[in-house]
Ligand binder design. Sequence first.
Ligand code: FAD
Length: 558
Amino acid sequence: IVQNEDIIAKIQEMISTNKVLVFSKTTCPFCTKVKDLFKSLNVQYELLELDTADNGSALQNALFEISGQKTVPNVFINGKHLGGCDDTLKAHAENRLLTLINEEVAPAYDYDLIVIGGGSGGLAAAKEAAILGKKVALFDFVKPSPQGTSWGLGGTCVNVGCIPKKLMHRAAVLGEEFQDSKAFGWDIPEQIKHNWSTMKDAIQDHIGSLNWAYRVDLRDKRVDYINGYAEFINNHRIKATKRNNTTVEMTAEHFIIATGERPRYPDIPGAKEFSITSDDLFSLPYCPGKTLCVGASYVSLECAGFLAGLGLDVTVMIEQIEAGTPGRYKVTAKTTEGETIEGEYNTILIAIGRDPCTSGIGLETVGVQLNPKTGRVVCNDQDQTSTAHIYAIGDIVEGRPQLTPVAIQAGRLLARRLYTSSTILCDYQNVATTVFTPIEYGAIGYSEEDAVKAFGENNIEVFHSFYKPLEWTVPHREENACYAKLICNKADNERVIGFHVVGPNAGEMTQGYAVAMRRRATKEDFDSTIGIHPTCSETFTTLSVTKRSGVTPDVSGC
Ligand code: FAD
């Protein structure tokens, strides 16, 4: 792919730097006709003979991606695709050819593309468009959290999401593994201690190196990066406010909005003052101590998992008892049964959902339609908003899975659709995902409940089993803590439409099965696949107990 991208970039550069450019083959009579025509008109042209070039067929494939034309000659004038032999002769017959060549092309806008948001989606789209020869600017700006935390280029995933979360998850899993290691003969002291600052500094150092790498990558790809908060002031113009309060204005033909989301706060006295969110946790300068995680979102569960904290789905009242880092707070909560609970905590982590960053960026000025309930941008399957030249990708778009690889894929494919002949859409179905709780949870496709709703109970067969990783036997960990489930559509040859696994390394396991499910694997495909022994994943090749049968799925034997 990189090779292909390099070739496309080279061709785009030739197209933008030559007034008349002809891709030809030495033996092609149609090419000879076009070359003769330009010679007779005294027109200087740049020529690339594909049949004598080292990588001619790769060039021809790349040309097809750019222009949608497979044949030669392939003619470009003033940066625009004219066509083949017939198109060139026709333009000449209609007296348009020389006008096209002699036209002075002043760019209508400062940029071909402006991207607002330098996270997973925005960076991917900006870089891809630049590779395709477009003039691109990218704006990224992080408004500090109520606790004053802010961060560098790269968006949520890199700074306050996937990356620090997975590394802290690793820290927690390592702690458990130290305990297990005693049973395997390692002489570990009874009390092992964890140092929050060492972990936090190491993770933040890694994030710092990623922030730097993103800046360098944008510079190398000639994307203009502006650290400023952007808002639309009219259809093709934005204003950006920089950190020192100076402003710049710029215009572009196309825009991509990829502004992501930020944590939501509950409307509770003390919430913004005394609590933190995932935006603050990963760079917290002190160990959070006894922590209350509010909310049952995956962010809350993951943070609770690595902090070994509490998760309560309740209304919360927060009161400061003692200031400090960490301080002491009293939390009063009401359970759904009406019982009042009170507790003291050093840290309260709010993780009750995230809101899209779609206000305060002038979307109303340019007529971009939002879902009034969620505030997310409404897009068609081309990622196009209700305003034709403005597109949106990533977490802010209504109905899309809110995951980094989804935003990246959407960004890259959108840039290719905008600036090549590609028509490939991002496939938002069957996107695999994992919740990185200490025992991970991986999922692809339908949940059991949604499958029953979509296909009817009689058409759904659910195969399931608890399992125990072999590594857990020696340290005598619990029996029925890991679980495997396949949901099959009986009406479609028992095609697997839902995959669920709870266990160590579920993320690593789930990724491979996502490929199988994209290829429409059936239960028979899973059954006839020979397992790798002894692994957890082999459980999926031997699932025989259906939920309908009522037979126990408990662990039995090896
Ligand atoms: P973002 O990455 O959020 O980037 C948006 C950027 O735009 C930000 O830098 C923002 O400051 C900037 N911005 C906003 N408004 C403006 C403006 N007006 N002008 C300029 N800049 C602006 N996904 C996974 O796939 N796997 C995981 O394990 C995972 N873990 C996560 C853990 C946590 C704690 C969280 C919060 C998220 C996690 N995610 C995970 C989700 C993932 O981070 C997001 O889906 C992804 O970052 C979305 O990318 P995006 O491009 O839409 O937005």
